[in-house]
Design a protein around this ligand. Structure first.
Ligand SMILES: C[S@@+](CC[C@H](N)C(=O)[O-])C[C@H]1O[C@@H](n2cnc3c(N)ncnc32)[C@H](O)[C@@H]1O
Length: 261
């Protein structure tokens, strides 16, 4: 589902770069100290933190070796940012290592989020912030909503794969998890943005790269169904021409909470 870093950049990494500065702002990160980026992928959040917090040190961890290698090879802040392969459910850091932790578009992909959150809490200093953001797959993230609504319309087998079934993507779910993990001063809010694709091809072609649940679905789709899906999506986008820009709203749910002292 994940693993090809170049393909991920074309598919979602470019939108992660739009989310990242907004999440940095929301997370209320300290100006100094050590900050952990969990599920760092190709590095967009770690780089956005480093750019805005010039006296902070950032560690990005991800379970994908390829993403970590890609992020490391493109690191514009080698003195400030380091990447490592790691599993959020079993971190190799000592207790209270980090002043703050933040995670962008990743927490919903971790198999045992409760276990991961206890680990994140363990490695954060008392009083430190723990923040995350997840796409609103059910409604607000139109790039994927239109894709899955079209897929389900032409293929009944797509239903169970629809990303709206993902955990933590609805209002209130992240804050419930944060409170269950014992975090204090929990605050959740949507962050809204606009995705502008230069043309229909700019919207559609990245789905053919096999990334994320939608890309994995396209790879498995019978070849004769692919043009049908493409037409159904075009119809739902109500495009005047394939060359016209595609402008879609997008929303993430973001949450922050404080590790108790
Ligand atoms: C949708 S990507 C988001 C990547 C990046 N944060 C971004 O905003 O582009 C989800 C990431 O979570 C990572 N991931 C999934 N399970 C993980 C785990 N248990 N520990 C660490 N990373 C994990 C994946 O490898 C992938 O890079």
């Amino acid at each position: 589902m994940f693993g090809n870093a170049e393909a991920y950049e074309h598919y979602m990494g470019r939108w992660s770069r739009v989310v990242a500065p907004r999440l940095v702002h929301f997370a209320g990160l300290p100006d100094r100290g050590r900050i952990l980026d969990v599920g760092c992928g190709t590095g967009s959040l770690a780089f956005a933190i480093a750019e805005r917090k010039r006296h902070a040190h950032v560690v990005g961890i991800d379970s994908s070796k390829e993403y970590v290698a890609y992020a490391s090879s493109r690191n514009p802040f080698p003195d400030q940012v380091a990447f490592a392969v790691g599993d959020a459910q079993q971190l190799e850091f000592a207790d209270a290592t980090f002043d703050a932790i933040v995670s962008s578009l990743a927490i919903n992909f971790i198999p045992d989020t409760k276990k991961a959150l206890l680990e994140l809490r363990r490695v954060t200093k008392p009083g430190g912030n723990l923040s995350a953001a997840v796409w609103d797959y059910g409604a607000g993230m139109q790039m994927l909503r239109i894709f899955w609504d079209a897929a389900v319309r032409i293929d009944p087998e797509a239903g169970p794969l629809d990303e709206n079934r993902m955990p933590l993507c609805r209002e209130g779910e992240l804050s419930t998890l944060w409170r269950q993990a014992g975090l204090e001063d929990v605050h959740e809010q949507p962050i809204d943005m606009t995705m502008t694709f230069a043309s229909f091809a700019d919207y559609w072609d990245p789905f053919l790269l096999g990334q994320g649940p939608a890309g994995a679905y396209v790879r498995r789709l019978e070849p004769d169904k692919l043009p049908i899906l493409r037409e159904e999506i075009k119809h739902r986008l109500s495009l005047s021409s394939e060359d016209a820009p595609v402008v879609l709203p997008a929303r993430v749910w973001s949450v922050r909470g404080v590790v108790p002292g």
